[in-house]
Structures are given as C-alpha cells and as structure tokens.
Design a protein around this ligand. Structure first.
Ligand code: PLP
Length: 399
C-alpha cells in the first residue's frame, strides 16, 4: 500500500515549481488537484491502481543482484528491473495512475505528447485497457524517426497528430497538447509524461512512480538486511528518479545520484545536461532549471537517448541539486553505448539507452564508494527499441 504523499507547490529555497500556465488552465489544474487528493485517500481508487499495476503491468518488478557486473567493479550492484514492466519502461506506472484519475474526474478524452513515442505508447496502451480515447501530439520530425511507435499507438486505437511547428520535436508537441487542453478543458485530461510541468503534476507523477522506490526498499532490505549505500537513476524530466528516490530521501545515509545526458561531450553544446549546465527560468508551466540563452529562449538539446532529450527538469530535482541532497553527473553518448553493451554481455539484459546513463554513472562512481558499498541502479526500461541506433553508432566508438 502506497503512502499518501504531501502535495508540494514549491520546492527548495529557490521556490521551483508553481503554476505558470495560461489562465484558462488554472481552473482545470485545481480540479486535477482536488480530485487527486480525494483519489489518494479513496481506498477503492488505490486498490484499483494497485490491482492494475499487478495484473496489467506485471508488478512487482524484481531487484536483481548483478553478480558479474559487481565482480568487474569490485562493489555490490543491484538492479531494479523496470525494464520488465509491461510496455518496456516505468512510464506505465504513471499512465495507469493518471488515466484512472481521468476516469475518476469523469473525463472522457485523454491527450498526451510524446517525443520518441514511449510516453505516447504507454498512454495509448493504458487508454485501450481502460476504454478511454487517446490523442497523441508528436513532432513531425519525431514521427519520421519513430515509425514503429506510431504504428503501436494506432494499433491501440489512438490518434496521432503531427506537429510541424518549431523544431517538430517534443517541446513543440507539449506546446500543442497544452493548446488543445485550453480549448477542451471540459471533457479532456492531459496525461503528462514526467514529474514536471505545473502543480500538481510533479507531486502527482511522483506519487504514481513512488511504487518503484516502495518496492525496491523492501526488496533490498530483504536481500541484504540493510539499506543501499547509493541509489542511481537517469534523468529526463525526472519521474523514474523521484520515483525510486522517494523511498530513500529521508534516509540521510543513502546517497542519491542522477545521471543526465552530456551528449557528444567535449564541451559541445549538443547535450541535455540541465542540472549541471542549466539556469533558472520558466517554461512548460513551471519554474525550474532549463537550458536556455540569456534572453530565456529554450535551447535545442541532443542525447542519444530520446527519452532524456528534454531542455528542462522537474522542480524537485532542481531543488535537490541546490540542497546537495542528490548528486548529478553527466554521461556522454559514448559512455552510454559502452554501458549498454556491457550490461548486455555481463548480465543478459539490454537496457534502454536512458537507463544505460544510470548504469554508466554507477560504474564510474563505484570506485569512490566504500569497498562494502551496495549500489542500487534503476533500470528504467528495456533497450530493444535502441538496437538499430546502437549498430548505427557503433562505428563511431573509439577502440
Ligand atoms: C522516458 C524515459 C526516461 C526518462 O523519463 P523520466 O521522467 O526522467 O524518468 C527514462 N528511461 C526510459 C526507459 C524512458 O522511457
């Protein structure tokens, strides 16, 4: 049974978070907040959420001792296996929660945005299960790059709208989805892909993803008799990270590490390392850290991992950076490819490029931790989707 969560409007001394949305959305955001508070306290809602997590999504996912990886790095490494979740990534936790909430609110239509297609697929899949029509906004450039995910969404009965404005990528798709919501607030729920955006989304998505940490904490204590020394997660907007961190954030001795994309590295501006290189600003309904120019125009980002290719980050992680509660490291595309190959060869698990960022940061950090340290790494998704890209990039790996 998940703990009820304290909803937070603002995070940290800088007051990250808030609601920086068009006035026409304020009423529906308040409606989402009220309904979510009711739902969290409603035994029937929580039971239904937990039942679908079990029977539709396949929870609990295991924690696995990565024996050969541990041997190689001289530290004990455990993996939280979100790659085994239905849909192939942790996103399903949040889409089940949010679409149940949409029904609870009496909404009859769901919209979402998607970059590489993973959040779109998770929303469409859950919409099919719950009988809710789903429309997905996706950049025209991304549609070209991610044909199979478009086909998946269509198979689940979703309608995919191509967004040609701006760069034709994720941030443009988010803008379009927000525009749609403004005109259709009466019957529509906006299913957001990560723990970011206007209040109450950062807290709400964290609640739905906190199941990762809730399970992992109990599992690792059962396996080792104690808490882990350090927990690692990759960071796009931050939902798998705040999800697994949630169970350890009050354990002062447990170190938290977030891995974000350094892209091609070498001081190039082709990256998406918001927490290490971003500055405070306002975008997509929240005050947080962003990659932007001095005028506040949002930068175009790059990561080999499409799910991390976002110029902002959720407000809670921004506050954790300032307070020092979590440590953030940037991982290059090249390190990601090596971690991807390494986990495949040593443990028989092909991780998503996103998750390979967390693995790369964990193995890089292992030597700095005590010899008896236990590392827990969130494997946020599986990497079958990344195979073509891997072989394509392999040529550029130095020996
Ligand atoms: C979308 C995605 C991410 C990044 O999203 P967060 O909200 O930061 O967790 C990470 N891993 C996988 C496999 C994804 O699909």
């Amino acid at each position: 049974m998940l703990k009820e969560l304290e909803l937070q409007v603002r995070f940290g001394d800088q007051g990250y978070g808030g609601i920086y949305s068009s006035e026409s959305l304020i009423a529906v955001l308040a409606e989402v907040e009220t309904s979510f508070r009711e739902a969290m306290a409603d035994r029937k809602f929580v039971d239904q959420f937990e039942e679908l997590l079990r029977t539709f999504a396949g929870r609990a996912t295991p924690v696995m001792f990565a024996e050969r990886l541990s041997d190689k790095y001289g530290r004990t490494i455990f993996l939280k296996r979100e790659d085994l979740l239905h849909g192939g990534a942790h996103k399903t936790n949040s889409t089940i929660g949010q679409l149940l909430l949409a029904k609870y609110m009496g909404k009859t239509r769901v919209i979402a945005e998607t970059g590489a297609g993973q959040h779109g697929v998770a929303t469409a899949m859950t919409g099919a299960k719950l009988g809710l029509p789903v429309e997905v906004y996706m950049g025209a450039v991304d549609i070209e790059r991610q044909r199979t995910n478009v086909k998946r969404m269509e198979l689940f009965g979703a309608q995919v709208h191509s967004v040609a404005s701006g760069g034709g990528i994720l941030k443009d798709a988010i803008n379009e989805a927000m525009r749609d919501w403004i005109t259709n607030v009466g019957d529509t729920y906006h299913c957001f892909g990560t723990a970011a955006g206007p209040y109450p989304y950062p807290s709400m998505v964290k609640y739905f993803q906190s199941v990762i940490g809730h399970e992992a904490r109990a599992q690792i204590i059962e396996m080792t008799g104690k808490l882990p020394t350090a927990v690692f997660a990759c960071i796009g907007g931050g939902s798998n990270a705040v999800g697994i961190f949630s169970a350890f954030e009050d354990d002062g001795d447990v170190r938290l590490f977030g891995a974000e994309p350094a892209g091609v590295g070498n001081d190039s501006d082709r990256h998406a390392a918001t927490l290490t290189k971003g500055s405070p600003g306002v975008f997509h309904g929240m005050h947080s850290l962003f990659l932007q120019n001095t005028e506040g125009q949002i930068a175009n980002t790059h990561s080999i991992a499409a799910g991390l290719d976002y110029p902002g980050v959720g407000p809670e992680l921004a506050a954790m950076r300032d307070s020092g509660r979590a440590t953030f490291g940037a991982v290059t595309d090249e390190e990601t490819l090596r971690a991807f190959a390494e986990l495949s060869a040593l443990e028989g698990i092909i991780p998503a490029f996103e998750s390979a960022h967390a693995l790369a940061l964990a193995t890089r950090t292992a030597g700095d931790l005590d010899p008896d340290a236990a590392l827990l790494v969130c494997v946020s998704g599986r990497g079958d989707k990344d195979l073509d890209e891997y072989w394509h990039y392999l040529g550029s790996l130095s020996a």
